[in-house]
Design a protein around this ligand. Structure first.
Ligand code: ADP
Ligand code: MG
Length: 211
């Protein structure tokens, strides 16, 4: 049966499931960043998501927004590197925009991703630069389109949009970050941060599908 919205505890447990999936995906993320960057993205994400688990597990949060702020704060303060700061901005600013909601709907998901992605883009990356923005922005756009759907159905569509964005990043030439120096040699491989975004959204969708 379609699930209209998530309780705060379900949001927390969804993000714990996403953390577990990223930790399990460390080798994939390491390989992706080794191909185009310096190879530290997998270990950084594993460290960040271990901190997320410590911050979230067994805790009660007053609102869905505060869960996401907690995710961002844990990632920002534990990871270092470009992606620690970027994921921190994504989840902290997105979570603040979600605000005091105690039921998390597809409309809140759209707010989270749109505001979070817009704040990430203030740091310089735009769509097409071969960064995690190339998974985030399509996910945010799709979330806007499906904001009226039940949360489980919206997450399926949004996770698919992020996966399509990750695939599209293979055909982009990096213009930001460490991969910039590779120029056309960055073609054919996905951006590591876009791979992470697709894994997080797929894990969120899978968790909610199992509720
Ligand atoms: P570092 O680049 O410091 O080694 P990571 O390897 O953890 O950090 O993360 C690299 C990822 O960070 C890239 O694949 C890209 O998706 C993302 N990234 C880097 N700079 C930006 C930026 N300005 N905006 C959005 N994403 C970025
Ligand atoms: Mg790196």
């Amino acid at each position: 049966m379609a699930k209209a919205s998530l309780s705060v505890n379900e949001v927390r447990d969804m993000m714990l499931a996403a953390a577990d999936q990223i930790i399990a995906s460390e080798p994939i993320l390491t390989d992706a960043d080794r191909a185009l960057g310096d190879g530290d993205h997998g270990v950084g994400m594993e460290r960040g998501m271990t901190a997320v688990k410590e911050a979230l597990a067994g805790k009660d949060f007053p609102s869905a927004g505060k869960v996401f702020v907690g995710v961002g704060t844990a990632m920002m303060s534990s990871m270092g590197g470009a992606s620690g700061a970027i994921f921190g901005i994504l989840f902290r600013s997105g979570g603040k925009a979600v605000g005091d909601a105690t039921e998390f709907t597809a409309a809140h998901l759209a707010t989270l991703l749109r505001e979070g992605t817009d704040q990430v883009m203030t740091k310089g990356a735009k769509p097409g630069d071969k960064t995690m923005v190339d998974a985030l922005d399509p996910a945010a756009r799709k979330a806007g389109e499906v904001a009226g759907l039940p949360i489980d159905e919206a997450l399926v569509a949004v996770a698919a949009a992020a996966a399509a964005g990750r695939e599209a990043s293979k055909d982009m030439i990096a213009t930001m970050g460490r991969a910039k120096t590779l120029g056309e040699n960055s073609l054919g491989k996905p951006d590591a941060g876009a791979v992470s975004v697709a894994i997080i959204l797929a894990a969120m969708s899978d968790f909610v599908a199992g509720l």
